[in-house]
Design a protein around this ligand. Sequence first.
Ligand code: 6PG
Length: 240
Amino acid sequence: MNKQVEVLPDISALVDRALDLILAKLSTAIKERGQFTIALAGGSTPKPLYEAIAKQKLPWDKIHVFWGDERYVPPNHPDSNELMARQAWLNGVNIPSSNIHAVPTLDGDPAVSAAKYEQHLRDFFKSSPQGFPSLDVVLLGMGDDAHTASLFPHTPALKVVDRLITVGNKDANPRITFTYPFINAADSVIFLVAGANKIPALAQVFAPVADDFTYPSRLIQPQGELWWLLDSAAGSKLPT
Ligand code: 6PG
C-alpha cells in the first residue's frame, strides 16, 4: 500500500487536488484499458468535486460510475447519494445512461438489492464468483464516528469479507455498501475529509493502535494507492 496524506488549505483546494488526481488516473486508465471506473462517495463533502468534474471535457462514453454506498431510499429521495451525484454532475454531461451503475434500492429488501448490485458488478467486470475486481478509483468520505461508505462501527457489515456488496446499518436505517475487502481491491482509494469535527476520528484512524471495528476507516488498507485529502480544519491536529 502506498499511503499519501495531504492537508489542503480549504475545501476549494481539496476539491482541486482531488480533481487533479482523478483526471490523471482517468487519463491513464483510458489509455491503458479503454475505460475508467469510479465509485462515488455520498454525504456532503464530495458535492463540489462532482460539480467540478461536470465542467471537464471528458470521453464520457468511456467513464463508468458506481456508488460505494447508498441509502436504502428511492433514487428521487432527498437522502439519495445517486440523486446528489446526478444533480451535481451526471445530469449535466453527455454520459450514456448505461454507464451510470446506480445501486438498486426498490426491491423492498436491502439483502435482495445488495445481491443484485453484487451480480451487476461481477457481470460488468466479468469477475469470478470469488474474485474482487479492482475499480480504478474509489472515493470515500469519513464520518465523525470514523465510518466510511456505510461501514459503521460495530455493525455486521464490518465482518463481511467474502462478498463485494453487503447491507450496512446506520442506526435502524439500512444501507447498501461496498465491503472493505472490495474497497481495498481498488487501484486507488481517495478519502475526502473536511471540517474540525473530523479531528477526533482522524486521530484514532491514524493512531498506531486502535480498534478497527470501533473506527472502521482503519480497515481501508488498499493494495494500491491510498490518498487522504484533508482540509486544514480536519488535518490541523494530525501528527506530522
Ligand atoms: C453517506 C456517505 C458517508 C459519508 C460520510 C461523510 O452515504 O453518507 O457515503 O460515508 O461519506 O458520512 O459525510 P460528509 O462528507 O457529509 O461529512
